[in-house]
Design a protein around this ligand. Structure first.
Ligand code: GDP
Length: 324
């Protein structure tokens, strides 16, 4: 299938074409890269937009159970749902952990859904670009909601928050009074904290955890992109589905407010600017990743270590010699 046919398939909402298109943007081959860029340009012309929801949580909090239940609820409301995964850790395990179809049994059989497991990965910079481009392709394919799932480890949350319109943090009920070691930076990114497993014996602990986080959120610096009451902490149960409709209502309320106040478009504009800068930085780094440049780096590194040349002068020598 050539680029034109692939783009037409994506724009027609054909899931097989979409899967192939994503495989194309995931390829590191230079000719594929060029095709991917042409494909993205073609698809972008349709100007379609989905609501991009980032979802993060540590393994075991119930991400796949939540996405299955939440996704089915959205589909019942007539929305088309795509699920993408960002999982830099799968490079270590060699397999895909997130977005696995077997984890979302019902959703994966839905014609209104598209689930893309995370590819086994190299480095975060690559993951970010590939996921961003996959999001763009899903938007072109007419999905209303793109859920971007990530495990709550490392820097992947930041990457996801930087490409999502809404960032949702999923937590499990805590036993004690600790704030579960959730880093402040992650709390600051969250628009909604959902304490999952608020059912049965865990319900009381979930309520307590929710109250703790609601308190912690109130102490955070006020962000201009939030209406009163946000960011918010809520209890949900992915298993009983209690609270899911409420969580969706809160997300919609937040999005509506941000659209009306210009913050929605403003955030997207900021994100586009951020990714542009990242692409330039990644591109520059890639130019240093040639045998010649590596050898020169090693030589000059030694010279710097031995005090034969000043670090700044050595760096300038490398940078000035980079191919244009
Ligand atoms: P993930 O690793 O974050 O994707 O978590 P999973 O969705 O695989 O869930 C981990 C475990 O938590 C499974 O045994 C689920 O059945 C359980 N679980 C998920 N959601 C809920 C919930 O709402 N209530 C209860 N009680 N258990 C849940």
């Amino acid at each position: 299938m050539n680029v034109g046919e692939l783009a037409a398939g994506v724009l027609a909402g054909d899931r097989r074409a979409l899967a192939r298109a994503i495989t194309r943007v995931e390829s590191a081959r230079a000719d594929h890269r060029r095709e991917a860029q042409a494909l993205l340009a073609e698809v972008a012309r349709a100007g379609r937009q989905a609501l991009r929801i980032g979802l993060s949580g540590t393994p075991g909090v119930g991400k796949s159970t939540f996405i299955e239940a939440f996704g089915m609820m959205l589909i019942a409301a007539g929305l088309r749902v795509a699920v993408l995964a960002v999982d830099p850790s799968s490079a270590r395990t060699g397999g895909s952990i997130l977005g696995d179809k077997t984890r979302m049994e019902f959703l994966s059989r839905e014609p209104m859904a598209f689930i893309r497991p995370s590819p086994s990965q190299t480095h975060l910079g690559g993951v970010a670009r590939r996921t961003r481009e996959a999001v763009a392709l899903c938007e072109g394919a007419g999905f209303d909601i793109v859920l971007i799932e990530t495990v709550g480890v490392g820097q992947s949350e930041t990457v996801v928050a930087e490409m999502a319109d809404l960032f949702v943090l999923l937590l499990a009920p805590a036993g004690g009074d600790e704030l579960q070691g959730v880093k402040r930076g992650i709390m600051e990114m969250a628009d909604l904290i959902l304490v999952n497993k608020a059912d049965g014996d865990l319900k009381r602990a979930a309520m307590r955890t929710m109250a703790d986080y609601a308190g912690a959120l109130r102490l955070l610096r006020k962000r201009p992109q939030d209406p009163p009451g946000f960011p918010k902490a809520l209890c949900v149960s992915a298993v009983t589905q209690d609270g899911l409709a409420g969580a969706w209502a809160e997300m919609q309320a937040l999005v509506t407010w941000r659209r009306e106040t210009g913050h929605f478009a403003g955030r997207r504009a900021e994100q586009a600017r951020h990714w542009f800068g990242e692409e330039v930085r990644q591109g520059l780094l890639a130019r240093l990743d040639t045998p010649d440049a590596r050898a020169q780096m090693a030589d000059l590194g030694r010279a710097v270590a031995e005090g034969r040349i000043d670090p700044g002068v050595a760096a300038a020598r490398i940078l000035d010699g980079l191919p244009g």
